[in-house]
Design a protein around this ligand. Structure first.
Ligand code: HEM
Length: 399
């Protein structure tokens, strides 16, 4: 007999008071236990031990089954919707395309793009850092990596947000605008697959198309992969950027320390990622009966791995609920773990760093617009702020 059997709880993730305060939200989740069944039947793994166990056993906790069942997208999202051993072939190719040395080579271009976006509002004395920067920049970075024109940014932002809004509301039927957005995005990507097959450039898409023989990818694999990048690598960065800028706006002393000692920026980014994980849970389906932390989970069960609670486990951090640069070397699970660990973590960290560095060059002093309460969208697949109005003095520190 595998572990003890437990009855479903009344827990619903949507009930977690996450919008105003993630500390209260994640405490609510943990209060039900380290392994328990939510009212809708999903098993929640909340402790670091339980989450790490699941990501280290991908043969038991299938990402393919969870993703293909829940995405509503007709093709596999490569590589998250692929289990081992097939998963390895994709990561071998993709890892090298998003390695730190590749990100380093792009840094000047990405920095200029960040600066241009910030310069557009630096003389206005106010901005919405989410709408004017955090929503736009990750899409520009995607377009740059995939060799697509930056002019298409707003169209792409519109399609992706329409699709993600739909997955957040959890309505089963996709309305016409969602179908239109998904069709538009698929058609857009397919057009570039065709174009780059004819006229390759120096970009991720062209490099994938150049794979030959047994290594070559089908059009469906290419589409599924590009599609995943748009749903995994855009609003996550938007969310992280919003939370990071919010934290800096609310903590002027930390901001001044950061300007005086730029080496603190890496630790501040890590700690903000830890306490404000844009993807608070990731999904799996069990392929067999399994015991986790003494509790039995039957085969075929949906499971949510709660990265947000694993990131704040008491005992591991001196101040689990606070951004504290002194504990930034203790790690976190915001980028997941195991074979599906985030492919874009180096790039995401670089995007955050470049944006803060360039922001502080042009706008060193700023605060949240008086009266504005920066609450997060919840329930949501990706935790994020929809808006973060900032005000700042307009001086001569600009361009
Ligand atoms: C702060 C920003 C980001 C966060 C918090 C984040 C978080 C995550 C997490 C938690 C996973 C694991 C999913 C799972 O195991 O089910 C993941 C996977 C992934 N992420 Fe990210 N991500 C971020 C940015 C990015 C960016 C910028 C890219 C694109 C370059 C990206 C591409 C991917 C891909 C392709 C996977 C699937 C990897 C695999 O299945 O092997 N992510 N991400």
């Amino acid at each position: 007999m595998l572990g003890k059997m437990t009855a479903p709880t009344k827990f619903q993730l949507a009930d977690a008071p996450m919008s105003a305060d993630r500390t209260a939200g994640f405490r609510f989740v943990s209060s039900f236990g380290e392994v328990f069944q939510a009212a809708n039947g999903t098993w929640m793994l909340t402790s670091a031990e339980a989450v790490k166990f699941a990501v280290r056993h991908p043969e038991v906790f299938s990402s393919a089954e969870a993703t293909n069942a829940g995405s509503g997208i007709p093709i596999p999202l490569i590589p998250v919707a692929v289990d081992p051993p097939a998963h390895r072939k994709y990561r071998l190719v993709l890892d090298s395309m998003f390695a730190p040395r590749v990100v380093n080579a792009m840094e000047d271009d990405l920095r200029t793009q960040a600066r241009d976006l910030i310069a557009a509002f630096a003389n206005k004395g106010e901005c919405d850092v989410v709408g004017d920067l955090a929503r736009l920049y990750p899409t520009q970075v995607f377009l740059t990596f995939f060799g697509m024109p930056l002019d298409d940014r707003d169209q792409l932002v519109g399609w992706v947000e329409t699709m993600l809004d739909h997955s957040t509301t959890g309505t089963a039927e996709a309305g016409p605008e969602v179908v239109e957005a998904a069709t538009g995005l698929f058609g857009y990507i397919q057009r570039f697959i065709d174009e780059k097959r004819e006229r390759p450039g120096d970009d991720v898409l062209s490099r994938l198309l150049a794979l030959e023989g047994d290594d070559a990818w089908s059009d469906e694999e290419m589409l599924g992969c590009c599609f995943l990048f748009t749903v995994a690598g855009l609003d996550t960065v938007t969310g992280a950027m919003g939370f990071l800028m919010r934290h800096l706006a609310l903590n002027p002393e930390l901001r001044r320390q950061l300007i005086a000692d730029p080496t603190l920026l890496g630790p501040v980014i890590e700690e903000t990622l830890r306490v404000e994980p844009p993807a608070p849970t990731i999904s799996r389906t069990t392929t067999q009966d399994v015991e986790v932390c003494g509790v039995r989970i039957p085969a075929g069960s949906p499971v949510a791995l709660c990265l947000g609670t694993a990131n704040r486990e008491p005992g591991h951090w001196e101040h689990p609920d606070d951004v504290d640069v002194a504990q930034a070397d203790r790690g976190h699970m915001t980028f997941g773990g195991g074979i599906h660990r985030c492919l874009g973590s180096h790039l995401a960290r670089r995007e955050l760093r470049l944006v803060v560095e360039e922001f502080h060059k042009l706008i060193p002093e700023y605060e949240v617009a008086p009266g504005f309460d920066p609450v997060a969208v919840w329930p949501a697949g990706t935790l994020h702020l929809t808006s973060l109005p900032l005000v700042f003095p307009v001086g001569d520190g600009g361009a």
